[in-house]
Design a protein around this ligand. Structure first.
Ligand code: COA
Length: 369
């Protein structure tokens, strides 16, 4: 086996999907045949969720019903609220989500024949922000929040629970756009984790719990938080240029840059960058955006590495007053759609996923007892 080619399964087709294309010629990223640029301009996150989970875009009545449906699923069992109150304040919220989903799987398990799989997916889509923000507001603000808001959209609901007030239309639309951009991405590490779990005929909650664990790491979803910490570690663009050059000289990885599949750019980046610039102006920022651009320019000049979706998503969330440790959890609130859609797709034509390994250990020897 040639490890330089197959390390990390790079370039290996590990199965089929009709959900998404990544980096295919002529279209950087598509969901069920729709270009993400078309979707961010013309669809809402709820429409994209429906597209991914139900297989086709909703008509007006279907969308109205879907929004009503997921709005009614936002509350949590009191037992889960108790568990969330018991999880320490200094826990990473990705771990809170992992526990929350796993615990919910005890209370509202999927049927053994998966006949309620769509309901399980909708429920998670609806209540992930509740799990996250119930825990956050309880530990940060010392309040037991009411999880019902009159916001129709998941983005509006999320910001309303977080800040305890209705968000501006600009912020709601911006968060909605990032949710669309994060929704699906073919056989990325967390989705593949979820498919491996699903392929054993395990349940949706186990698949999503595993996927959350995979997304948490800095090489995957955790990069948006790591990118924010990096950007904030510099005070000026000049400092950033020097600092990045030093890090590269030490062969350090710069979070928010590079991609396994895309080779020249990440199509989601231009959308995030534009939103970051608009929000920087609204926020009155005089440094963060310029520092971000300086890092982006340096990375391209020195390594020909481009910013991925996580890099400008970081400042977008920051400018909307989202604490850094909630960035990757927002990714979960979006990617639940792709994960669940993949679980359902896997089940349609299931085969256990069990690859082989090249043995590089010692040759056969005798045990001396
Ligand atoms: N900063 C610095 N160098 C990077 C880099 C980064 N962000 N991403 C890749 N490289 C370099 C590697 O050091 C390596 O250089 P080398 O050949 O001289 O050793 C080369 O580019 C290939 O990188 P590698 O990590 O082997 O590629 P991969 O396909 O396994 O990794 C990522 C893809 C996304 C994991 C990788 O680009 C990365 O770690 N990025 C930072 C984390 C991140 O932003 N993740 C979110 C992805 S959407």
């Amino acid at each position: 086996m040639d490890n330089t080619k197959t390390g990390g399964l790079a370039g290996i087709n590990a199965g089929e999907t009709s959900l998404c294309t990544v980096g295919k010629e002529g279209a950087g990223l598509t969901y069920r045949g729709y270009d993400i640029y078309d979707l961010v301009d013309n669809a809402s996150f709820e429409e994209v969720a429906y597209l991914l989970l139900r297989g086709k875009p909703p008509n007006k009545n279907e969308l109205d019903d879907y929004i009503k449906r997921i709005k009614l699923m936002r509350d949590l069992p009191s037992e889960l609220k108790t568990v969330l109150e018991m999880i320490p304040r200094n826990t990473h919220p990705m771990d809170v989500l992992r526990t929350g989903v796993s615990f919910l799987g005890n209370f509202e398990p999927e049927e053994r024949d998966f006949s309620n799989q769509e309901e399980a997916a909708d429920r998670l889509l609806s209540c992930l922000p509740s799990i996250l923000l119930y825990w956050h507001r309880f530990h940060v603000d010392g309040v037991r929040i009411n999880l019902a808001t009159n916001e129709d959209s998941i983005s509006g609901h999320f910001l309303h629970l977080l800040h305890d007030r209705a968000p501006s239309e600009l912020h709601r639309k911006t968060l909605d756009t990032t949710l669309i951009l994060y929704a699906e991405h073919e056989f990325n590490a967390s989705t593949f984790t979820g498919r491996v779990i699903t392929a054993t005929l395990s349940d949706m909650h186990s698949a999503i719990t595993g996927a959350i664990g995979a997304l948490r790491g800095n090489l995957h979803g955790g990069a948006n938080e790591a990118a924010m910490e990096l950007i904030e570690s510099f005070d000026t663009p000049e400092e950033a240029i020097d600092g990045i050059a030093r890090m590269l000289a030490k062969k350090e990885k710069i979070m928010g840059f590079g991609h396994r599949v895309y080779t020249t750019s990440d199509p989601r980046n231009s959308v995030n960058k534009k939103m970051s610039k608009i929000l920087a102006q609204e926020y009155g920022d005089s440094q963060l955006y310029d520092i971000s651009e300086a890092i982006e320019k340096t990375m391209w000049e020195k390594k020909k590495l481009f910013a991925n979706a996580d890099f400008y998503a970081a400042s977008v969330y920051h400018f909307m007053g989202v604490p850094t440790y909630l960035f990757t959890p927002i990714f979960v609130c979006s990617r639940i759609t792709g994960w669940a859609a993949h679980a359902m797709e896997q089940r349609k034509n299931n085969k256990l996923i069990r690859p082989a390994a090249e043995y590089v250990g010692p040759s056969l020897k005798k045990w001396n007892s």
